[in-house]
Design a protein around this ligand. Structure first.
Ligand code: ADP
Length: 652
């Protein structure tokens, strides 16, 4: 039982402590979680940024590529339509009367003037760069720019491939830097046939300047390269007559010999491929050119897309700026970082919430467990206690049974003792009674003898008087015998109202003979009222017989032998005092006189039961008995009993 309660209380204490402290698991996790989160962030953030950058770059580049291709196609068609516009002009001019007449009369100034003026007009109308007629030896006979200081008239362009092609009877197309004008242009040539054969060549030089200017305004730079990778059309002027690759010296020499690009140095364009994207597309860096000495040329990244122009051996290159790509990458990274941060904070919040939820669950579980443990403990303790209680109940019941049996035996024994005590007193009483009966008996005999004598003398009156006296005496004797019988009777049963004075008087009467024999003066001060107490008449009689008898014994050796009996009334009780002038009670004996078998009398004289029986009877009736010594010598016994009226009121 004890061990149980000791094990139970720490469990409950622990629970109440835990109510204040957070669950241990939280403390453990809170130590580890920040590191995990930091590690996750360290891995995930760069990954996310990298992925975002990758996607953004891919998407942006794709957009640039799409745009570039679109522009490229547009520019090619621009060029083609520009060239087509002039395609038939040489053919038509080859049929021109003024030109043919000039060829027929090459030295005739009038024809030359007519032709010059016709070419000038046509050239202006067609918005060509120059239009001119060459004789079969390559000398220019007439030209639209006859009137300028850069006039072609008289100049020989025999070395030009467009002349040679035309002289072979075919239309010629050629791009070159003008040797006279030093201006680039596209040359379209056509042979001029007379009956005898090819007499000359008509040439239309078309400037690309307008086209280039238009292109320069577009978002995409355009360059056109020839078979030798020389840039001859370019939206960016710096790049013109640069090469996409360094030309080997022999190749450079060969080009120089054709004078196609006149005296242009044909330096390589500072271009570097950064990344091949597949499909001929690549990212290139082109350094700035001619930005002045001491200044670091600024390079720009371009997406370079190349395509062939179908009928010519030219390559078209679209160069789109990729700075937007970088910007797109940066903004994508920033957006991704932001999204990541928001997502991360969200995840963090959810984790935190989950952890807190789990903690709460764990805590609730812990509380429930503790409660359950406490409840189990309590149940065990209660059932233990119940078992104990049951056991002690059984034990108690057994004890009660035993007590009841003992009490019954005791009562029996007590009854027997009372009877024994009574019989002992009876012995003493009998001596007195003997005298009590013998004395009237003797008197009766005398009165009877006297009556007979009176009858013999015929004195009937006197005889009758004697007989009346005899009758009275027998009556007295009968009463004495009845009292003795009553005393010897076994008194049992519950307390009932008894007239106390009657019990005292009966006891005095029973012992009257003894008082007389021992010369004891009896001073009874008793009221005439029938005051009632709770008791039994026989047993109360015994109480007073015992006390009176003891008083007589105590005064055996006293010179003055006075026995006084008086009654005191209280509200709820009545007390009878029995006082004597005897030996009194020795100090040592005072505490023992009510003990059974305590006696100071000689062997055979006292059993030591009188007072113990008296005590038992008085207590049985709810009363009390005390003993004391009188100041003037002798003892006083006080018997206090409850008044019947008070007891009746007490009863519910
Ligand atoms: P017993 O009379 O047989 O001795 P009791 O129980 O009546 O037994 O009395 C016990 C003892 O109490 C007596 O032996 C006596 O010593 C003492 N005692 C009783 N009554 C008186 C009395 N009135 N005066 C002095 N002593 C008394």
């Amino acid at each position: 039982m004890n061990a149980n309660s000791e094990t139970a209380s720490p469990a409950i204490d622990a629970a109440s402590d835990d109510a204040l402290a957070p669950p241990a698991s939280t403390a453990m996790r809170t130590g580890r979680t920040p590191w995990l989160i930091a590690a996750a962030m360290a891995v995930l953030l760069p990954l996310t940024l990298w992925q975002a950058a990758h996607w953004a770059e891919k998407a942006a580049l794709q957009a640039v590529r799409d745009e570039g291709i679109k522009n490229l196609i547009l520019y090619i068609s621009n060029l083609e339509s520009e060239l087509e516009k002039y395609e038939y002009l040489p053919l038509i001019l080859a049929e021109e009367k003024d030109i043919i007449q000039l060829l027929q009369h090459p030295r005739d100034d009038a024809h030359r003037a007519i032709a010059n003026s016709a070419l000038e007009k046509i050239n202006a109308f067609a918005e060509a760069s120059a239009t001119y007629v060459m004789a079969s030896d390559g000398t220019t006979l007439a030209s639209s720019n006859w009137n300028t200081d850069k006039s072609f008239v008289g100049k020989n362009f025999k070395f030009r491939p467009y002349f040679q092609t035309a002289m072979r009877g075919k239309a010629g197309h050629y791009f070159a830097l003008g040797t006279t004008s030093n201006k680039p242009g596209y040359y379209l040539s056509h042979p001029i046939h007379l009956e005898e054969g090819i007499f000359g060549v008509i040439v239309v030089k078309v400037s690309m300047e307008r086209l280039e200017r238009t292109w320069a305004q577009g978002p995409t730079q355009v360059i056109v390269t020839d078979a030798n990778d020389v840039v001859f059309i370019s939206s960016q002027e710096d790049w013109r007559f640069r090469t996409l690759r360094p030309l080997p010296p022999d190749e450079a020499e060969k080009i120089k010999a054709t004078r196609q690009y006149h005296d242009a140095p044909l330096l390589p364009l500072p271009i570097r491929v950064k990344e091949e994207l597949g499909g001929g597309d690549r990212v290139v860096t082109i350094a700035g050119i001619g930005e002045g000495p001491g200044r670091q040329p600024r390079s720009t990244d371009y997406l370079m897309q190349t395509t062939n122009v179908a009928n010519i051996t030219w390559n078209f290159h679209a160069l789109s700026r990729v700075s937007e790509v970088a910007a797109a990458v940066y903004s994508a990274m920033a957006a991704a970082g932001l999204v990541f941060l928001i997502a991360f904070l969200g995840v963090l919040y959810l984790i935190q919430r989950r952890l807190r939820f789990r903690d709460r669950l764990a805590y609730q579980q812990q509380v429930a467990d503790t409660l359950k443990t406490a409840r189990d403990e309590l149940e065990v303790r209660v059932s233990d206690r119940t078992a104990d209680l049951h056991a002690s109940n059984v034990h108690l019941r057994r004890e009660i049974g035993e007590r009841e049996r003992t009490e019954k035996t005791l009562r029996q024994t007590q009854d027997e003792l009372v009877q024994a005590g009574k019989l002992a007193v009876l012995g003493e009483i009998t001596t007195g009674i003997n005298h009590e009966l013998n004395q009237p008996l003797g008197a009766i005999r005398s009165y009877a003898d006297n009556a007979r004598t009176y009858l013999d003398r015929d004195r009937a009156g006197e005889a009758r008087e004697n007989l009346v006296t005899i009758s009275e005496l027998t009556e007295r004797m009968g009463a004495t015998i009845a009292r003795l019988k009553g005393f010897a009777r076994k008194g049992t049963g519950d307390a009932e109202p008894v007239i106390i004075v009657r019990a005292v008087t009966n006891a005095l009467d029973l012992l009257a003979a003894r008082f007389r024999n021992d010369g004891i003066e009896v001073a009874a001060d008793l009221p005439g009222d029938p005051l009632m107490v709770m008791g039994g008449s026989v047993r109360l009689e015994q109480v007073f017989v015992n006390l009176l008898s003891n008083a007589v014994d105590a005064m055996k050796d006293s010179a003055r032998r006075v026995l006084s009996v008086r009654l005191e009334e209280a509200l709820e009780t009545l007390t009878v005092f029995v006082e004597d002038t005897g030996t009194g009670i020795a100090e040592d004996d005072a505490g023992r006189i009510f003990d059974p078998f305590f006696t100071t009398k000689d062997v055979g004289k006292g059993l030591g039961l009188g007072l113990s029986i008296t005590y038992g009877i008085v207590k049985d009736f709810g009363g009390d008995i005390t003993a004391a010594n009188r100041p003037g010598g002798g003892a006083v016994f006080a018997v206090t009993l409850r008044r019947a009226e008070a007891a009746a009121e007490d009863r519910p």
